[in-house]
Design a protein around this ligand. Sequence first.
Ligand code: AVJ
Length: 313
Amino acid sequence: MNLLAPNRVDPAFRADVLAGFRMRPRAIPARWFYDREGSELFEKITELPEYYPTKVETGLLARHSADVAKIVGPGRAVVEFGSGSSTKTPHVLEAVQPAAYVPIDISGEFLRESAAALASDFPKLSILPVEADFMHPIVAPPEIASLPKLGFFPGSTIGNMVPRTAVNLLRAMVETLGVGAMLLIGVDRIKDVNALIRAYDDAQGVTAAFNLNLLHRINRELDADIPVDAFVHKAVWNDAFARIEMHLEAVRDVAFMIDDERFEMAAGETIHTENSHKYGPRDARLLLRAGAWTPLAEWTDAEDRFALILAEA
Ligand code: AVJ
């Protein structure tokens, strides 16, 4: 129970958790993974040998930022959606020479820390952080109103969304960034199933801890007593939907309370906690076009594990 800061619980978290546990099959949106502990565990995931996306994408940015800059040109406002720790951003900022950088993140704490770190590396750059959920329309800082924009959406975060939600977000990005804007987006590819499963079920159990942290977070922030030791991490490939799914499976019959509501789960019952959609070359371009963006160029690694796509509104 959260005794120290009982009022600081996001009411949307409580609502999503209760609705998710009442649903069949049970499901909780993946965005709630990222509290302090969850964000730290995700950073550890990005360093795992099995988790290729961050390494491959960072390599693509290091190698091809100059090619991106040639098409994009200088003097834009770079708007990053879900900036997190912003580790990939310096490559883009160095090459693109923007007039301003607008990182958007729901975690204000993370946002301010990474903005401060970037400020010392780019002392002349105007950095204008926005603490917001990028899934809702964003009010851009007035300082960038007259600048052409480059959206930056790395990490294959788009993969967390089902296609209709992804398309809605892409269209909302056109509204936020304006016609004439460009978007640099990272998309994870469909590949060998075993390589995918290993990336989401690593030998050290960091991804398992990341998934289980959601239950710990519910116990910490809500008035809940979920026996976390009764759950195990599952990562499965859903071929029909071309996505990795993460679930938490009860290994015995359990009963617990969340905010005065009693829940029971039988052994074998699951909670769906994340989708990570993967896209072939044409899939990714079609998704962008459905979201009102025209692909201009793309870069991939030699094994086509991950793609960076530049598109125009
Ligand atoms: C941050 C959504 C891109 O789907 O690969 C990593 C999150 N989940 N391991 C992904 C995640 C489990 C990650 N994204």
